[in-house]
Design a protein around this ligand. Structure first.
Ligand code: GLU
Length: 610
């Protein structure tokens, strides 16, 4: 671990590997950036995705792109701290996964300072423009003409520049930290199978931009196949602009004007006043939302994240299980029934009670209380699906007794479902942890690129609920509810793990399962990520009749008859063994051998360390 020499660590690793102690882990040789290959090049086997994880003794990064992971690793090696590296990864992954995140979006960050024991929550989630439409019929049919009605005010740049300024080490310049991203955009990166597929799936939306699309993908979007080089010259110029301008200049200058012009041209309402509001009010900074589970401490995201509250509620419910969770057996029928039940109960509460807590009354104290969890958990019945019992249960509970006797009442709401986003984590030499999840919502966001800027505007307004009077309905300056929930876990007051996931409504389910894989089943980080997942939901977009639907990854298809007998509408989601629909978890676990960075094969995940 920290303090040992590389040689010693390598010996430890080979001994562990020989003993089969590391399971799926097969770290690369040398320094984690490709053995003998030069550190600075963007070719070499750091892009080899046949090995995903890495155990580092000094520092570790994990991201959904080897290029972005390399950007973070090099910053750490150059003396940057975890925030410097995370910001480098954030900009870089906005290039590598320009379809999933970037300057046109926003995100959430959790950090843990190992010396002070303090947590930090930076919220740079996008917000509704002052003039956002509340005529929900307008959101029903989206074309190029009105695509930007779905665009919330981008807050990514405000978040990253502030985090760097307030938390960065100061040892590396902004230009240095952003240079890998600029180089990746200018020189090009290899198109992965996933990016190629996402481009194909979204061609119609990308073509909203007409001929301008050629400025985004300099070599054109047709014929961009796996292994081709994707050059994004406009994005490189925009990143240079960010590197050489302040946050205030970004939000009042020419890029802001182009964002506003694109919004207005495509039916949106973003104004320069909204952009200035972003610069003045974002990011929002507070401490993490906390919970506990059997001696572990959970540091996660409060509103507008709903996923953080859901994770704490689900773990609280599982603590009420009268027996050993581990003894049920990993992914056994009853284990799946148990976690599916707590998922349904928490997802039901999400739709009713969770949203942007600075704009509406979220009963977070009640929702995260152990007593409320105990009451909710009374719905669990071994051998029976919760909503398959025919009792006509409401999908949500009443947390008011545990919330000072009060809960503001809102109309029932539902939210749409999405699949995009990215997550990454860093631990630096001092042992400090930074974890991000960031998004433009759907792949390629709303499809619109501000002229000559090279990044896609988000369609985060889709994360609002389009029901009048619901807790998550659209309002000026309000942030749409998010499932995103980068999370840090402590044990006995020391760092234990950090993780996050993309995957829309599957995010809390994925983070819950990976957390339990480690804490209950003793898996290492990579095993915990690779284990097949399930997802069970109540209300999201579905009519009540399908409220007990459970979806499983292909490897779990043998569970279907048993789950059906319990009353579930059980289905295999796809024939892919590991499907990105179930999230793409990147995480780090502090293991005996060192910091074990795990990376999800459901995405282009890669951990690198030194
Ligand atoms: N926009 C979604 C949210 O904030 C994330 C979408 C995704 O992860 O696929 O919850």
């Amino acid at each position: 671990m920290r303090g040992r020499t590389s040689k010693f660590a390598a010996l430890l690793l080979s001994a562990a590997l020989a003993a089969g102690a590391l399971g799926a882990c097969a770290p690369q040789g040398g320094d984690g950036s490709g053995g003998d290959l030069p550190d600075t090049g963007q070719s070499g086997d750091f892009t080899d995705l046949s090995v995903r994880d890495y155990i580092g003794e000094n520092g570790i990064v994990t991201a959904a792109s080897p290029y972005a992971a390399k950007a973070g690793l090099d910053v750490l090696k150059d003396g940057g701290n975890a925030f410097d590296a995370a910001v480098a990864i954030s900009f870089a992954i906005g290039v590598a996964e320009a379809d999933a995140c970037g300057l046109g979006g926003g995100g959430l960050m959790i950090a843990y300072n190992v010396n002070s024991g303090q947590s930090l929550y930076y919220n740079f989630r996008e917000f509704a423009p002052a003039g956002a439409s509340t005529d929900y019929s307008e959101y029903e049919k989206i074309t190029a003409d009105n695509a930007c009605i779905e665009t919330a005010v981008p807050t990514q740049v405000a978040g990253l520049l502030t985090i760097l300024e307030e938390q960065g080490s100061g040892r590396l310049t902004k230009q240095r930290i952003m240079q890998p991203a600029i180089d990746m955009a200018r020189d090009g990166i290899e198109v992965t199978p996933e990016l190629s597929q996402n481009i194909k799936d979204s061609v119609a939306k990308i073509l909203y931009n007409g001929d301008d699309v050629w400025n985004v993908f300099s070599d054109g979007i047709e014929g961009l196949y796996e292994g081709d080089i994707l050059v994004q010259s406009d994005l490189a110029d925009t990143l240079e602009y960010v590197a050489t301008h302040t946050k205030e200049e970004f939000y009042t200058g020419e890029i802001a004007q182009k964002i506003v012009a694109a919004s207005q041209a495509h039916g949106g309402s973003i104004t320069m006043d909204d952009m200035r509001y972003a610069a003045e009010n974002y990011p929002k900074k507070s401490q993490a939302l906390t919970g506990t589970y059997k001696g572990y401490e959970i540091l996660t995201c409060a509103g507008p994240s709903t996923g953080g509250t859901m994770l704490i509620e689900m773990l609280n419910m599982l603590e009420c299980y009268d027996g050993s969770v581990a003894a049920l057996g990993h992914n056994s029928e009853e284990y799946v029934n148990l976690i599916a039940t707590v998922m349904q109960l928490a997802y039901g509460d999400k739709e009713k009670y969770m949203a942007d807590s600075s704009a509406v009354q979220v009963p977070v104290e009640g929702l995260t209380s152990k007593q409320y969890a105990a009451e909710r958990f009374e719905n669990y019945r071994a051998g029976h699906a919760y909503l398959g019992t025919g009792q006509g249960d409401l999908p949500y509970g009443d947390p008011s007794p545990y919330n000072g006797g009060q809960v503001q009442t809102y109309a029932d709401g539902t939210s749409g479902d999405h699949q995009s986003t990215t997550t990454f984590s860093v631990i630096d030499e001092a042992g400090n942890i930074v974890t991000f999840t960031q998004t433009i919502n759907n792949f390629f966001g709303c499809g619109i690129v501000p002229e000559g800027c090279g990044f896609f505007l988000n369609n985060e307004m889709r994360d609002f609920s389009y029901e009048q009077g619901s807790i998550n309905e659209v309002a000026p300056y309000k942030q749409p509810a998010s499932y995103m929930m980068p999370t840090v876990i402590l044990k006995d007051g020391r760092p234990y793990a950090t993780l996050g996931s993309p995957g829309g409504s599957r995010i809390p389910a994925a983070v819950l399962q990976v957390t339990l894989n480690m804490t209950e089943f003793g898996m290492d980080m990579q095993e915990a990520i690779e284990a097949p997942r399930v997802y069970c939901f109540t209300t999201s977009d579905e009519p009540e009749g399908t409220a007990k639907t459970i979806e499983v990854e292909a490897a779990l298809k043998n569970l279907l008859p048993g789950l059906a007998a319990m009353g579930y509408d059980a289905a295999v989601y796809s024939d892919r063994q590991l499907d990105p629909y179930f999230g793409g978890v990147q995480g780090i676990k502090v293991e005996e051998e060192g910091y074990h960075g795990g990376a999800d094969p459901r995405r282009d995940g890669k951990a690198l360390g030194y």
